[in-house]
Design a binder for this molecule. Structure first.
Ligand code: SAM
Length: 253
């Protein structure tokens, strides 16, 4: 049975898609997506021998070799340009996902939809998408087995699009929590916390950022124990960051 995380990713794949699942590990996602009838043809890509073998075994056991090609290779090297409509890349860091996309730009030409689940470094991925003509169209957040996951989708940005990627991250003024005045939600914060997630905040989003705040406080404490001059500069930056996140959180309650 699929985890809720993979289930949610699968539900974002449009019917009749041709899918590439990059970093497929046991190929659980493409197997379930083909079995559900949602995906007509899939490529399961894996760079490492162990997971590649596991994927091949899973596909063979499901009897789906006709519909799922298991290929060994780095990132998007396993697909031809024009071969798939949808790419899923899940369970890796945001910077690895961004570099996989960056190294395979020529393969993205006819792709209609990217579905990504970065474990960390979501801001790096959002920035890559913004800078490479991919419009972030949705963000989901879920908790499973004590871990919090974000799932992002993006489509190619059209020149005449009403909302452009950059508009999503434009600095905004929000009313402060005591109702007196406003504070500035910077592009940086929007990239970090997610523009769609902030529009419709859930308790999981608040949980995520409360635990991020705990981590940042921990770092702050260890910095204040340090006697280095650079530590002071870093502390000041970190305090500012903590204050901004706190302000956003109070506004979300
Ligand atoms: N996508 C599955 C999921 O979300 O459950 C598996 C995630 S697993 C933690 C990450 C997988 O990505 C590993 O099997 C690893 O071998 C693979 N991987 C890492 N870098 C890769 C790359 N550059 N190209 C293809 N696969 C990669």
């Amino acid at each position: 049975k699929l985890s809720r995380r993979l289930e949610m990713i699968m539900e974002l794949i449009p019917e009749h898609s041709r899918l590439a699942d990059i970093g497929s590990d046991h190929a659980l996602l493409p197997v379930a997506a083909v079995q559900s009838g949602r995906v007509v043809q899939a490529v399961a890509g894996e760079v490492n021998q162990g997971p590649f073998k596991a994927a091949a075994k899973q596909v063979a056991e499901a009897g789906l070799q006709g519909q799922i090609a298991v290929r060994r290779g780095d990132g998007l090297a396993v697909i031809e340009a024009g071969e798939v409509d949808v790419i899923t890349i899940a369970g890796m860091g945001g910077s690895l996902i961004a570099s996989i996309l960056d190294n395979g730009l020529d393969k993205l030409r006819d792709v209609q939809l990217l579905i990504m689940q970065p474990n960390v470094g979501e801001d790096i991925l959002r920035r890559w998408l913004m800078e490479h003509g991919w419009l972030l169209t949705s963000e989901k957040i879920l908790e499973e087995d004590g871990k919090i996951y974000e799932i992002l989708t993006a489509v190619p940005e059209l020149e005449d699009e009403r909302i452009s990627s950059r508009m999503l991250y434009e600095e905004q003024e929000w009313p402060v929590s005591n109702g007196k005045g406003t504070f500035t939600v910077t592009s940086e914060l929007l990239l970090r916390m997610g523009p769609w997630l902030l529009k419709e905040p859930t308790s999981v989003l608040r949980d995520k950022w409360n635990s991020e705040l705990d981590k940042l406080h921990g770092i702050l404490e260890s910095l204040s124990a340090s006697k280095q001059e650079s530590a002071e500069v870093k502390s000041r930056q970190l305090k500012r960051e903590i204050d901004q996140i706190k302000e956003v959180l109070t506004c979300l309650q």
